[in-house]
Design a protein around this ligand. Structure first.
Ligand code: ATP
Length: 696
């Protein structure tokens, strides 16, 4: 009751900017429950009120509720350090750094600390209220700020915002700034609530008219079922019909987002015309990334054969590079997106040039000059106007016949604003799917047709071995090597061949299936050397630090930085980040355990050695049993540094949590020497371990 009274403080009149307090109270309600349906109700009601009263505040509200500033491919990140936010809290609330630290140890969350300090503060003149659009705009301005002195300016802006906070605003404003909102809402749940709010809004506008009247069979079916419990009147039918539409809206918004993850476009369409308008506006479009289809893990060829049975499938090399969705727009603009639909066009000017070369080479031969002397030659038509290709970019060694190199080499390329001349690691684009061509979407077509179209477009060009700069497209553009056989022995042979060529394994794909954006189903199965072989032993490692998780893992520590023990130097040396194998219960338990007083540290212990910068550091006190796939060398991790390389330590790929070893102390952890021994036992050695495949 008190809460809802307080919510009424956040009321505002139509057309006025919606107060941030409205959102902050909604966040407070989200935090007060663990019930998924109650959380959904809170979000739906918040968005309904915004659609009705302040539709132009809906987009900023959606962003702030999902702790984002833009769609992923637009790449606006909050980008302020935790220490800058802490300094702003100190200044805005007139406290001392010591007091803030002490409160942080007590409360474990900077937002809660800011809230506690703000509540105790007395203001002589009440600050002007914050609006949703104002908060969002200020944070975006901060994100876009660059150059000298920008940290100071950002701090001043944060101070102004914090000083204007009322009710629970300080808690959520600060949590937004440190990108850890902790309301349990994810982008998926936010969009789902938004779609439901839009359905309710548009149903209301129709004056409660039951749209299902024309649904024929469906309505009939429901009436038959309802009849059993004494019959349903008009009101009951309406309610059922609305429930059905709400469910459909949730599915529809997910599908639209997967095919067209453009948040402003989805919000706008939902406000203007509801679900049907969104479906019409948000389909696959060149220039907007499609959420990539993913593959399920498969333990080996026997399991894969069992899954596919007699259905036709194809096997492709699983290249060890970076996923790249390449868009060529009608105006020759090129966009390249990674697996997380982030724009990485700046990183690959050579790939952009390749696309232009391909387009040029696909120009039909020009017609013989017209007999009329006055007629000017018309430009020859191009077979490639616009396209979306799904590909893997792989580093190749041009001097050695375009030999495939490991992902770790690709990871050494610059990340942003790379100039064509500055490219040192050459790449080959291995195309394995076609999603869009010359105005037509292919995602609903079976893989067999998509592949046939891909081959018919580029195949003749590659066969002729002509076109492009540097003498043809060899080593720059190719189709992913594939075979089509259901014979397990032949698949096994192909798998071995893929490994020998430097690939990670094979991808087996069902031929009759459509492209399913963002889905990880049995339509694509990956068989990797790592799963088939793996390391011969498990390791006992010490958690030394962590980052805050996102999505499902928001509010928990994830990933966790793990270290081995080096008795020679008496150091704990980092070996890997671990985020797999941990159940929700384990995450909850370990987050609570380390948040207890004294176990969270501002800085790592002096005997911890790593190149990583964690969000939080742990008092080293546990040992975990970990299974991993492969050891590589890394400039970031420092396990056994100096044993085989003076700068690089060992790094464990695909670490998986097995269990806590409460029978072991920190000094009983696997030693750097034991890890060196395992490294030597490995058949394949990789040169340098860069960072995460997708740059995230
Ligand atoms: P992994 O670490 O195995 O790459 P992931 O979670 O990043 O896993 P998955 O969908 O599980 O991604 O595995 C498929 C990935 O393999 C793709 O994202 C892509 O980058 C890469 N890949 C390499 N060759 C192919 C191919 N022929 N077809 C599809 N994906 C391929």
């Amino acid at each position: 009751c008190t809460r809802y009274d307080a919510v009424s403080d956040a009321c505002w009149s139509k057309e006025a900017p919606a107060p941030y307090l409205h959102l902050a109270w909604a966040f407070e309600l989200l935090c007060s429950t663990t019930k998924r349906l109650t959380k959904a109700d809170v979000l739906v009601n918040t968005f309904r009120s915004l659609i009705a009263l302040a539709p132009s505040d809906l987009l900023p509200a959606v962003y702030l509720s999902s702790n984002k500033l833009s769609s992923s491919f637009q790449g606006i990140d909050i980008n302020v350090g935790g220490s800058t936010v802490s300094a702003a809290v100190v200044q805005a609330t007139g406290t001392s750094s010591e007091k803030l630290k002490q409160l942080y140890i007590e409360l474990g969350d900077l937002g809660d600390v800011a809230q506690a300090l703000r509540v105790r503060q007395r203001m002589l003149v009440p600050p002007s209220p914050l609006s949703i659009r104002g908060v969002y705009r200020t944070i975006v301005d901060m994100a876009n700020m660059k150059g000298q002195g920008c940290e100071g300016r950002k701090r001043a802006m944060m101070v102004r915002l914090i000083r204007s906070c009322r009710g629970p605003e300080a808690r959520f404003l600060v949590r937004t700034l440190v990108q850890n909102l902790r309301t349990g809402a994810t982008l998926t749940s936010v969009l789902s609530a938004l779609a439901m709010a839009a359905v309710m809004h548009h149903t209301g506008k129709e004056g409660g008219r039951d749209k299902s009247d024309g649904e024929g069979k469906e309505t009939g079916k429901r009436e038959a079922t309802m009849g059993k419990d004494g019959g349903e009147g008009e009101g009951g039918r309406r309610r059922k019909s609305l429930e059905l539409r709400l469910k459909e809206a949730q599915v529809a918004v997910k599908e639209c987002y997967n095919s067209c993850p453009d948040i402003p476009r989805i919000v706008q369409a939902l406000i203007e015309g509801g679900v049907e308008a969104m479906q019409a506006a948000c389909s696959v479009a060149v220039g907007t990334p499609v959420k990539p289809m993913l593959a399920k893990i498969c333990s080996g060829i026997p399991e894969m054969m069992e899954k596919y049975g007699s259905q036709p499938f194809t096997s492709e090399y699983k290249y060890d590079g970076q996923r790249a969705q390449i868009h060529l727009l009608g105006d020759r603009t090129i966009k390249i997106f990674n697996r997380h639909i982030e724009d990485m066009t700046d990183k690959y000017p050579d790939v952009a040039q390749l696309m232009r070369d391909l387009q040029e080479a696909l120009r039909a031969p020009s017609l013989p000059p017209s007999s009329s002397a006055s007629a000017s030659p018309s430009p020859s038509p191009c077979l490639l106007k616009d396209v979306i290709l799904d590909t893997e970019l792989v580093a190749v060694d041009r001097a050695e016949g375009n030999r495939l190199l490991a992902f770790q080499t690709l990871a050494t390329r610059g990340r942003k604003d790379v100039s064509a001349e500055g490219v040192r690691v050459q790449v080959c684009v291995f195309a394995f799917d076609l999603l869009f061509l010359n105005g037509l979407s292919y995602v609903k077509e079976p893989l067999s047709s998509r592949r046939a179209r891909l081959y018919s477009l580029f195949g003749p060009l590659l066969e002729r071995g002509e076109g492009g700069r540097e003498g043809g497209f060899e080593g720059r553009f190719a189709f992913a090597a594939h075979t089509e056989t259901n014979d397990p022995e032949k698949v096994q042979e192909f798998f071995t061949e893929a490994l020998e060529a430097g690939c990670e394994g094979i991808m087996c794909k069902s031929l009759p299936h459509e492209y399913e954006p963002s889905k990880r189903t049995d339509s694509w199965l990956k068989v990797k050397r790592d799963y088939v072989e793996g390391l011969h032993d498990t390791l006992d490692l010490v958690p030394i630090g962590a980052w805050w998780g996102n999505g499902r893992k928001a509010g928990w520590f994830s990933p966790i930085l793990l270290a081995c023990f080096n008795p020679e130097t008496d150091e704990l040396q980092s070996l890997c980040r671990c985020m797999s194998g941990l159940t929700d219960a384990v995450y909850t338990e370990l987050t609570a355990f380390y948040q207890e007083e004294g176990r969270l540290l501002e800085n790592p212990k002096s005997y911890v050695r790593t190149g990583e910068t964690c969000a939080v550091w742990f008092e080293p006190c546990q040992v975990w049993e970990i299974r991993g796939a492969e050891l590589t060398l890394s400039p970031v991790h420092k396990a056994g540094v100096g044993i085989v390389d003076t700068q690089r330590g060992f790094s464990l790929r695909f670490p998986r949590f097995l269990k806590k070893r409460s029978d072991k102390g920190v000094e009983d952890a696997t030693t750097a020497g034991q890890i060196a021994e395992l490294f030597r036992m490995q058949v394949r050695r990789v040169d340098v371990d860069g960072d995460d495949k997708d740059g995230g």
